[in-house]
Design a protein around this ligand. Sequence first.
Ligand code: ADP
Ligand code: ASP
Ligand code: MG
Length: 409
Amino acid sequence: MSIVVQKFGGTSVGSIERIQAVAEIIARTYEQGKRCVAVVSAMGKSTDQLVGMAKEIHPHPSPREMDMLLATGEQVSIALLTMALHRKGLKARSLTGWQAGITTDCVHGRAMVHDVNTETITTALDQGEIVVVAGFQGISSQREITTLGRGGSDTTAVVLAAALGADYCEIYTDVEGVYTADPRVIPAAQKMDEISYQEMLELAHLGAGVLHPRSVEAALRNKVKLVVRSSFVNESGTWIKGENEMETSHHVSGIAHDLQVARIKVLGLPNHEETLTRLFGLLAEAHINVDIIVQSEHDHERVDVAFSVNEEVGLEARQVLEAAQSELGFAKILYEGGLAKVSAVGVGMMARPGVAAKMFATLSEAGIRVKMVSTSEIKISCVVEREQALEGARRLHSAFGLDRIEVKV
Ligand code: ADP
Ligand code: ASP
Ligand code: MG
């Protein structure tokens, strides 16, 4: 019998009525003869509320205790959803991440899944039960509770689908699928019927919060069939597919924005081979992800390096480098927060020149200055002032022909 993994996000389980509606979706799937594994997020904004409470008590809460706290959110929803399934007369059992066999590394707050032991889940499925697993959490080899990073329930769903050899993994959310841009910010955005793994991966990394980037990576690596669809309306959603299975490829498929960007400039570094290794090695040791990097040579003796990071870790990155000023030998460090990144993504970009030129022209016509640029074969990203980012994203969406055309009747 085929297995299906269905993930329901915070809004989808945000109230008692929503939990009952989700139980109905699962029941319909079960009645079609599938073996069902549901993965759920914490109800509504409850993770944000838990973070808020922690910050009221301590400005820098211990990462271990944060995981202990945040993991409780998902535990509420698995128990309530399982009760809703029982109420429908269905056999169901809730499992925390660790009961479900999800082991991770020990990096609190952004743990990576190492292994999934599916024994408990398969035993329950064999007994005809629906299994409801808490998303976003696991257990380390030291038996510590860990979480996978905000939005991580998508990743739980995909790794379970991979480990169980599920037919497909459905990500149920509060929009009808993946759009050409965030539909809450750009109302002219259009729902896509399909998108390639590569484009989805770029969009997710570049700020399209509809999927946790690591869930797309895991789906691509393990060839998990993934669909994003609404838990509110019964529509077909967006399938994430291999490029070779796609019928069309657009110039630009989507626009993403990320409003949490900071830039750090390290000026007057010694101009020798090991400088970059040391600098970025220190940041890697502190588990700080660096995004765009620009190096400019002053003269034979000195270089400047500028890089962007997520603003959440911006000050930490500055502190790490300041603490190593004498070791690194730089003259000065400059920090700039309040920035954002707007990006255009599309596999069709590869074959067509002029996308970058059009992007710069569109932004400059809107009076938006580009502070940093990064490109790959299928994306162009520009760092700009945060206040101008949404206007920039809207203009780019229009300029690349992605706006929905209203049909007048
Ligand atoms: P969930 O709680 O179900 O995981 P999220 O809030 O994490 O939901 O993700 C869904 C949200 O992602 C949507 O409400 C939408 O505002 C946002 N989003 C951002 N970019 C996109 C996009 N390109 N397509 C669809 N939704 C997007
Ligand atoms: N509840 C967690 C969060 O809000 C995980 C998730 O929803 O995917 O980030
Ligand atoms: Mg999410």
